[in-house]
Design a protein around this ligand. Structure first.
Ligand code: DQA
Length: 146
C-alpha cells in the first residue's frame, strides 16, 4: 500500500527523559508512548513515520541534511536547541523539506528565554503547549496541502 507522505519526527535533547523529566511540565508519558501514539495517528493519515531522538546537535543536523528525497515533512521538537541553535536553523534553511516546530509545553508561558525560537523563522509554523497533541496536530497539518 502506498503512503501519502513520509514524515520524520525528530526529538532533541532531554526528550529521551520524558516520563521522568519534570512530569509536572512534560507529563508522565514516555518517548516510547509518544512514538506509539504518533504511529497510530500516522497510520490513520496513511503516512509513513520515522521517529528519531538525539541529544546531539550535529546528529540532528545530519538527519535534516539527509531528509530531501526521503521525507515530505519534518516535525521537530529541538528541545532547548530551539532557543539558541543557529546551526539547526541554518540546516533547516539548507533543505527544501517543510518543518513544523513543536513543543509539549507552552514555551510562551514559561521562562523568558523560552519565548525566543531561533528556528521558527525557517519553519512553516510552530505548535506549542498541547502536550503530545502538538505532534499530532503537526501531522494533521501535513495531511493538508502545505
Ligand atoms: C520543549 C521546550 C523547551 O524549552 C525545552 O528546552 C525542552 C522541551 C517542549 O517540548 O516543551 O526540552 O521543547
Amino acid at each position: 500500500m502506498g503512503f501519502k507522505k513520509s514524515i520524520l519526527v525528530i526529538n532533541g535533547p532531554n526528550l529521551n527523559r520524558l516520563g521522568k523529566r519534570e512530569p509536572g511540565i512534560y507529563g508522565a508519558k514516555t518517548l516510547d508512548d509518544l512514538q506509539l501514539e504518533l504511529e497510530r495517528t500516522a497510520s490513520e493519515l496513511s503516512f509513513h513515520l520515522s521517529f528519531y531522538q538525539s541529544n546531539s546537535e550535529g546528529d540532528i543536523i545530519d538527519r535534516i541534511h539527509e531528509s530531501p528525497g526521503k521525507f515530505e515533512g519534518i516535525v521537530l521538537n529541538a528541545g532547548a536547541y530551539t532557543h539558541y541553535s543557529y546551526a539547526i536553523r541554518d540546516a533547516i534553511a539548507s533543505v527544501d523539506v517543510p518543518v513544523i516546530e513543536v513543543h509539549i509545553s507552552n514555551v510562551h508561558a514559561r521562562e523568558e528565554f523560552r519565548r525566543e525560537s531561533v528556528i521558527a523563522p525557517v519553519t512553516i509554523g510552530q505548535i506549542s503547549g498541547f502536550g503530545f497533541a502538538s505532534y499530532k496536530l503537526a501531522l494533521q497539518v501535513f495531511s493538508q496541502e502545505v
